[in-house]
Design a protein around this ligand. Structure first.
Ligand code: ADP
Ligand code: MG
Length: 358
């Protein structure tokens, strides 16, 4: 495809809606600032109602922001109608035309543009080839599986050669297995075409698998933007840590620091940390410890008592208490390891680089 992919920039974007119950105004999107690089795959991730769809619809032009400016490439696009924006949307419900066959569904946008018949035919066939639906062009959409319908929807969006593809939970109507294979396919096609993609989901594993960058939203506010690794290993706050993967939260006082290295006192034990730079000695902070970053051992940093021990095949699942705090541990490949039982005293063991102050 010849499309030039473009970046997107949101500057101080807010959207005000009225709460239908109270009649009061609220900000469904609250002062969002984001930069989406050309050709990247970016996911808007957050719980239901956090403002993902509203953000996407403002980029598409179906809603207009009450504050701020949206740029596509270098162009401010707030005043442009959706069909002038060089974006194409793939919906959760596919929004295919049931009385059209696959070819006519995909050709629709090109016919609207009054393109030459032969050109339309070539473009449609090329795109159907890209989404691996060659030979299906004569089928009616109700003769297609959910996954095939999704591909038609994708082909229909791609065929008009937009600079940006927008997806609103496009896989939520598919069963779990198909969701996993379709997301890989969407990612492959996006990379082959080199198009910028903005993808809305509430599913963290989908976001992790697809994204160059994840934008976490909570209650209308963008709380963190980063690669899947940055978000997972360096969550900005408890909400992000809890939303992405599983997290243990421990409280401790920062008792000393030297540059980024610091020492925390957790229940009377000294714990080294490697991201203490911006925190203040003498204050109490929360630290995040991922369950798979810790193991149980006879020696380690934090003494604990085992309250649950469960063999899960690929890992041993422990719940232990450190003081009053419950800590979850997933100890992978336990076959040749010592297994602790409920009631055992042990230690939680981890590396300084695996705990993170927030
Ligand atoms: P998400 O896609 O993250 O689930 P939405 O962007 O759809 O969230 O909605 C954000 C908030 O705005 C929700 O509280 C929702 O109920 C509200 N909302 C969405 N659209 C409208 C509308 N047209 N009028 C009033 N409130 C709306
Ligand atoms: Mg939504």
């Amino acid at each position: 495809m010849l499309t030039e992919s473009k970046g997107i920039r949101l500057e101080h974007i807010s959207k005000i809606y009225q709460d239908p119950k109270t009649g009061k105004d609220f900000k469904a999107v609250n002062d969002a600032n984001l930069v989406i690089e050309p050709g990247s795959f970016v996911t808007l991730l957050g719980p239901s109602g956090c403002g993902k769809t509203t953000t996407l619809r403002m980029i598409a032009g179906f809603e207009s922001p009450d504050e701020g400016e949206i740029y596509l490439g270098n162009e401010a696009i707030n005043e442009l109608t959706p069909n002038k924006r060089d974006t194409a949307m793939v919906f959760q419900s596919y929004a295919l035309f049931p009385h059209y066959n696959v070819f006519d569904n995909v050709a629709y946008g090109l016919k609207l543009r009054k393109m030459d018949k032969d050109v339309i035919r070539k473009k449609v066939m090329d795109i159907l080839d890209l989404v691996e639906l060659s030979g299906m062009e004569g089928r009616m959409t109700n003769q297609l599986s959910g996954g095939q319908q999704q591909r038609v929807a994708l082909a229909r969006a791609l065929v008009v050669e937009p600079s940006v593809l927008l997806f609103d939970e496009p896989l939520s109507n598919l069963d779990a297995k198909l969701r996993v294979s379709m997301r890989t396919e969407i990612r492959n096609i996006q990379q082959r075409v080199g198009i910028t993609a903005v993808y809305v989901t509430h599913d963290q594993s989908e976001a992790m698998a697809l994204s160059d960058q994840i934008i976490i939203m909570n209650k209308g506010v963008v709380t963190q933007i980063g690669t899947p690794q940055e978000i997972y290993y360096h969550p900005a706050d408890e909400f992000v840590a809890d939303f992405i993967g599983e997290a243990n939260f421990l409280k401790g006082e920062l008792v000393s620091k030297d540059g980024e290295n610091g020492e925390l006192d957790i229940s009377g034990c000294r714990i080294s940390v490697e991201n203490a730079g911006s925190f203040t000695v003498g204050n109490t902070y929360t630290v995040v410890l991922r369950p798979e970053s810790a193991v149980l051992a006879d020696e380690g940093q934090l003494p604990c008592k085992v309250v649950m021990s469960c063999f899960m095949g690929s890992y041993q699942n422990y719940h232990v208490t450190v003081g009053d705090t419950l800590v979850k541990i997933t100890d992978f490949n336990p076959k040749h390891k010592k297994i602790y039982r409920v009631g055992d005293m042990a230690y939680v063991k981890f590396d300084a680089c695996d705990i993170h102050i927030i």
